[in-house]
Design a protein around this ligand. Structure first.
Ligand code: PLP
Length: 292
């Protein structure tokens, strides 16, 4: 059973509600128009990892959508309430795990925006991806999102409820016998996964280089990618941000899809071609994440 905490006028820091009851108005614009912003986070031992980074990205998404600035203190309290009330989660490498989501919807025209927090178990599929890795296909994003930055209504870099496209591409790859999609531009520059950032490792002599597409170029700046890169830099890795093409992935010493709940899923195949999978590198990067 999910744990749900609603933030309301009567309970600005959140109150537990019964998820079996109707909680969302049928005219809620989050529902009818995908008009809202959200964050998906991982709690380890009942503490949300990288909470500050998630709250900052949520505020940025809300600002881009002209939604009221989220009250970080109230959201922290709501998350704490939910995590202290929820059922025991599975034990994994990072400890007891829960998935925590903050949702902010435009609400109904009459009542306006509202927020809630849900706590659930990590989906089985996500845990499996960590252990077994994923087969990915590169698929066109349709246009280059780096060109969208000048148009604020395109909401580039905001994490909005409108994930129908991201879910559609995952259904598409499944029908082709793969697990994950990596979006590319028309000239095949790597962008991001459907719900993840792409990270590439390369050994160059004695040094190790970690690469990712430029996070500010029309893709969602990943908090997991950010955390791994900060820790890797502190441990002597060189970092690179810039154009990556499928050929770079084929010639790499490791490719991963990174996101908050999945942590890191090694990409074992790209477009049907096997990629180098280096268990020691995965361990090393996971170790950075576990400690961050
Ligand atoms: N890119 C997209 C499109 C995503 O949906 C996500 C996460 O859901 C990410 C990247 C990774 O973000 P984070 O590491 O902050 O979870």
């Amino acid at each position: 059973m999910n744990t749900v905490v609603m933030l309301t006028e009567d309970h600005p820091h959140g109150a537990l509600v019964d998820p079996a009851q109707p909680l969302i108005n049928i005219e809620d614009q989050g529902l009818t128009r995908g008009d809202g912003v959200f964050e998906t986070m991982l709690a380890a031992n009942r503490t949300v990892r990288k909470l500050e980074a998630h709250l900052n990205r949520l505020s940025n998404s809300a600002r881009m959508m002209d939604l009221p600035a989220p009250d970080h203190e109230a959201l922290r309290a709501a998350i704490e309430l939910g995590l202290s009330s929820t059922e025991t989660g599975p034990q994994t490498v990072v400890g007891e795990e829960h998935v925590v989501k903050i949702m902010i919807s435009r609400g109904t025209v009459e009542r306006g925006p509202h927020s809630w927090v849900t706590i659930t178990a990590a989906p089985e599929k996500t845990l499996r991806q960590r252990a077994e890795g994923v087969k990915a296909l590169t698929l066109p994003r349709g246009h280059d999102p780096a060109e969208d930055g000048a148009y604020p209504w395109l909401l580039t870099g905001a994490k909005t409820f409108s994930y129908a496209l991201n879910m559609a591409v995952l259904r598409y790859v499944k029908k082709q016998g793969a697990d994950e999609a990596i979006f590319v531009t028309d000239d095949r520059r790597i962008l991001e996964g459907a719900t993840s950032s792409v990270i590439v490792a390369r050994r160059e002599g004695d040094s190790k280089v970690l690469l990712t597409p430029e996070p500010n170029h029309g893709i969602l700046p990943g908090t997991t990618q950010g955390a791994i890169f900060n820790a890797a830099r502190a441990n002597g890795w060189e970092l690179g941000f810039g154009p990556l093409y499928p050929q770079d992935l084929y010639e790499s010493d490791g490719v991963w899809l990174a996101s908050s709940v999945r942590l890191l899923a090694p990409v074992t195949h790209l477009n049907g071609n096997p990629l180098t999978v280096d268990a020691a590198l995965t361990e090393e990067l996971l170790g950075y994440l576990a400690r961050s």
